[in-house]
Design a binder for this molecule. Structure first.
Ligand code: ZN
Ligand code: ZN
Length: 180
C-alpha cells in the first residue's frame, strides 16, 4: 500500500519540474455511450496543479446521468503554505468530497443547456476527456484555512523583536514576564 508522508510534499515544490504538474484527466468516451446509471471508479495518486494542492490522492466514481457524467470523489490534497504565525513553510493535508456533474461539450454547444448555469471547469472536451484538475483546484482553495499553521501549537514570532518562539524564548521584557 502506497503511503505519503507530509515530508514528501516538498518534492512537489520544485516549480521547474514539469513532471510535477500532471492533470487529472479521464477519458469517458465509453461511459458516455453506456446506459444511464452505469459507473466506473478510478484511483488518483499524483501531483497536480501549479498552486494549491501539490499532490492529490483519492477515489473517484463516475456515473452516467441523463445529461452527462456525475463525478463523486473523496480527495486528500497535500498542500504547502506559509504558517500564519511563524512564517515557516506549513505542509498539511486537506480532505474534501467532490460532487460535480460534467456535461459534454457537443451538447453544450448545441444549446441543450442554459448557458447561465454553465461552469467551464465542468465541461467534457471534444475528445471525451473529463479534466478534474480545475475542480480539484477550486475545492482545495475552498478547503484551505485562512490562517494556516505549521503545527496547531505553533508559538509564532515575538511581536516585539520578531524572534521565532517555537524553539526558545527571546530576551524581550514582555516574554520574560510571561515566563515568570
Ligand atoms: Zn508556525
Ligand atoms: Zn522578543
Amino acid at each position: 500500500m502506497y503511503s505519503l508522508t507530509f515530508k514528501n510534499t516538498a518534492t512537489y515544490n520544485d516549480s521547474t519540474s514539469q513532471k510535477a504538474f500532471n492533470k487529472v484527466r479521464i477519458n469517458v468516451a465509453q461511459l458516455l455511450r453506456a446506459p444511464i446509471g452505469s459507473s466506473s471508479s478510478y484511483q488518483v495518486d499524483d501531483a497536480v496543479g501549479k498552486e494549491g494542492a501539490r499532490h492529490v490522492k483519492g477515489e473517484i466514481t463516475l456515473s452516467r446521468t441523463g445529461r452527462g457524467i456525475m463525478v463523486k470523489a473523496t480527495i486528500t490534497a497535500y498542500t504547502t503554505d506559509i504558517c500564519s504565525r511563524c512564517l515557516n513553510p506549513a505542509d498539511y493535508a486537506l480532505k474534501f468530497d467532490v460532487a460535480e456533474e460534467f456535461l459534454p461539450r457537443d451538447a453544450v454547444s448545441a444549446g441543450m443547456f442554459r448557458q447561465e448555469n454553465l461552469d467551464t471547469s465542468t465541461i467534457i472536451d471534444e475528445d471525451n476527456v473529463l479534466d478534474l484538475s480545475e475542480v480539484i483546484r477550486q475545492y482545495t482553495l475552498l478547503a484551505t484555512p485562512t490562517k494556516p499553521l505549521c503545527k496547531p501549537e505553533c508559538a509564532g514570532l515575538c511581536p516585539a523583536c520578531g524572534h521565532e518562539l517555537n524553539n526558545e524564548p527571546c530576551e524581550c521584557p514582555s516574554q520574560i514576564s510571561v515566563n515568570r
